[in-house]
Design a protein around this ligand. Structure first.
Ligand code: FE2
Length: 196
């Protein structure tokens, strides 16, 4: 099958001439497993734009919780981490950054709201902007972006998202609007939805 390589710095990233992709979820795991350095934001962004996740591949990683969104780890090595997150309407992350990791998200089903934050003159966290991401779209979080993701309560549907973090998430920083206080979460805690 004839293929075009996109992008050139992304291992095993291929699309066919008809626009379809051979990068299944399993192939994405293989790609991440072959990494020998942590990929750049542009690389994980390109992988999530290209991936074509089959329903049968996704099914084992689906599961929703009441009260908080659910995190399902698909793969992790020292260079990158792949996760599926499942959100009921109204569920959202705390305001957070990724503490040195790049993050990219693809919406697989539903609608995701992302809100961006900055600092005011007093170095308190403050609202900057917000936007909506529809199914199929990909957004990346650079270092040191501060954001909040969620499934809007008015969406009327569940949200399923696919995330790559590079390197894998460590201890995260969390914030509250109008405050200079910075909180921290460890991986064991945020597997239960305390932050991403
Ligand atoms: Fe995030």
């Amino acid at each position: 099958m004839s293929t075009n390589i996109i992008p050139t710095n992304s291992p095993q990233a291929t699309v066919n001439n008809d626009g379809s992709s051979d990068l299944t979820l399993d192939a994405l795991v293989e790609t991440l497993d072959s990494l020998r350095v942590a990929p750049a934001l542009e690389e994980i962004d390109a992988l999530l734009r290209e991936v074509a996740v089959r329903d049968d591949e996704l099914r084992p990683h689906l599961g929703f919780k009441n009260g908080t969104y659910a995190r399902h780890r698909v793969f992790r090595n020292e260079f990158a981490e792949l996760m599926v997150l499942c959100w009921q309407p109204g569920q959202k992350t705390p305001i957070h950054d990724h503490n040195g990791s790049f993050g990219a998200v693809r919406v697989l089903q539903g609608i995701m709201w992302e809100t961006m934050f900055g600092f005011d003159e007093a170095q308190k966290i403050c609202y900057r902007s917000a936007r909506e991401w529809q199914s199929g779209l990909v957004t990346g979080a650079d270092v040191p972006d501060i954001h909040q993701l969620g499934n809007p309560e008015v969406s009327g549907q569940n949200l399923i998202t696919l995330h790559i973090y590079a390197p894998p998430l460590g201890v995260l920083n969390t914030y509250k609007v109008g405050s200079t206080e910075i909180g921290h979460y460890t991986p064991d805690e945020f597997m239960d939805g305390a932050g991403i």
